[in-house]
Design a protein around this ligand. Structure first.
Ligand SMILES: Nc1ncnc2c1ncn2[C@@H]1O[C@H](COP(=O)(O)OP(=O)(O)OP(=O)(O)O)[C@@H](O)[C@H]1O
Ligand SMILES: [Mg+2]
Length: 455
């Protein structure tokens, strides 16, 4: 049996409270009423209110103030503002502050029934969607990584097993596939998680610098070494040493590294004392090491030393089912970081994302989403917000060449509606036309609400 829908009516006029209560009661809702804001706040803890219908003008606390209070304590309760003073300004003001919609007095019982039913259905969908999204996230997560691709899920499972051992791991994959993220996940899943994770970027340094970076040096080891310094191998202690871009190190250093790994001890540059390696080593590369071996650029013996446990992360173009999931993941993240409230990606924009080849993999996708969230004006990311090369034949952002005025108008209205999630009042306000005109244009151009892909 479905749970009851609870509605709280707040209005200083008794006739309004009574007529609303009786109509909504007939529709099967559980209705309660309060005659002012203070009384309404007292009643808030009584039930889980689905909906609060709040009069705008009341003596004492007005509707907007009451709405603020409700939203603080009961963010899941939808607030509708009722007003006899039908000005778009107050409505827009109320909606900016978080009202779901507004309705104008006097009410027509049939319209009211319909409006309330739509709101309750919408609320139900949102709740289900939230639940599903949470479930999805649980299933396909490994620390900061998300994926629903079967190969990736196998990798996630493997990580949990590997994390318990001390074996060297070699992580391979194209640039931006998440090699560092995965290495950090191995560390976080391991008993070493409270020890340091020390990363060395092997490609960024010259041979000599890399050597002292890794092994440290003694005082006087070379000009400029006025003080002894420990290297990353020592700093990693009982944690994890991450050798990033291992495919880029010189042949000489490859030999040194091989010896160090085999003996599990090393010397600082210019030093004599042998220092044991206590950390766990994870190496990563975006190079094809097999090919590098054939070309004589990488030592085969070192390759076999490193390749005890091998993880190859597939490129994003081979697991496109991850695109919506990653988009969702980045939206959540940037909403928090940027203090934004972007709900999702329009269907047509998602299609563009699915069609793109992603040579820069998840990192490229992250950058595209980050940029889109900076430039987007509404709560939806649209085609025009994406900085992607547009495949030919796909209609894109308004392009005035060869278009009639009517076509431009249609496209513009479609976009504004989409950006405002088909909120008619808000869209009409932005377009500078009244609601009736907007409805007429929607009918004339046969515009339809496009579904929003969130997951
Ligand atoms: N599965 C994933 N889930 C969530 N975010 C991901 C995932 N894979 C990659 N990313 C994102 O992509 C970014 C790049 O990942 P990472 O730095 O691990 O790539 P990489 O393989 O080390 O790349 P490079 O070879 O260029 O160093 C991460 O910071 C993260 O934002
Ligand atoms: Mg990296």
């Amino acid at each position: 049996m479905e749970s009851k829908v609870n509605i709280l009516i707040v209005d200083d006029e008794e006739i309004v409270r009574e007529s609303l209560a009786s109509w909504l009661g007939e529709d099967g809702y559980e209705v309660a009423a309060a005659e002012n804001g203070a009384r309404a706040l007292e009643r808030l803890p009584e039930r889980d209110w689905n909906l609060a219908m709040v009069d705008l003008k009341m003596p004492g606390m007005d509707g907007i103030q009451l709405m603020d209070e409700i939203r603080k304590t009961r963010p899941e309760t939808i607030v509708i503002i009722m007003t006899a003073y039908a000005t778009v300004d107050t409505a827009v003001q109320a909606m900016k502050k978080g009202a779901y919609d507004y309705i104008v007095k006097p009410f027509n019982p049939e319209d009211l029934s319909m409006t309330i039913r739509k709101i309750i259905e919408h609320q139900k969908l949102v709740k289900e969607n939230l639940y599903l999204r949470k479930e999805l996230k649980k299933q396909y997560r490994l620390h900061d990584m998300v994926s629903k691709n079967h190969k990736m899920i196998e990798i996630f499972d493997l990580v949990k097993t590997v994390a318990k051992s001390n074996s060297i791991v070699l992580v391979q994959g194209e640039s931006g596939t998440g090699k560092e993220l995965l290495s950090r996940a191995i560390h976080m899943e391991s008993p070493r998680k409270d020890e340091p994770f020390v990363s060395v970027s092997c490609a960024a340094l010259t041979e000599n610098l890399l050597e002292s970076e890794l092994f440290g040096y003694e005082k006087g080891a070379f000009t400029g070494a006025d003080q002894a310094r420990s290297g990353k191998m020592e700093l990693a202690k009982d944690g994890t040493l991450f050798l990033d871009e291992i495919g880029d190190i010189s042949l000489k250093l490859q030999m040194d590294l091989l010896r160090v790994i085999e003996q599990r001890e090393f010397r600082r540059v210019g030093g004599t004392q042998l220092i044991p390696i206590t950390s766990r080593i994870i190496a990563a590369t975006n190079r094809d090491l097999k090919k590098a071996i054939e070309e004589g650029k990488f030592r085969e013996d070192l390759y076999y030393r490193l390749n005890v446990i091998s993880i190859h992360i597939p490129p994003l173009r081979e697991r496109k089912e991850d695109i919506p999931l990653l988009v969702e993941h980045f939206l959540d993240r940037f909403n928090i970081e940027m203090g934004k409230n972007v709900d999702g990606v329009a269907e047509s924009a998602m299609r563009l994302l699915m069609e793109h080849d992603w040579p820069g993999n998840a990192r490229e996708l992250r950058n595209v989403i980050e940029r889109a969230m900076v430039v987007t004006k509404g709560r939806m990311i649209l085609d025009a917000d994406l900085s992607l090369p547009r495949p030919s034949g796909v209609p894109g952002a308004p392009d005035s060449r060869g278009k009639s005025l009517a076509e431009m108008e249609k496209e513009h209205i479609r976009q504004v509606l989409q950006e405002n999630r088909w909120n008619i009042i808000r869209s009409a306000h932005i377009l500078g036309i009244d609601r009736v005109t907007l409805y007429n244009k929607i009918r004339k151009y046969e515009l339809k609400k496009e579904p929003v892909l969130n997951t």
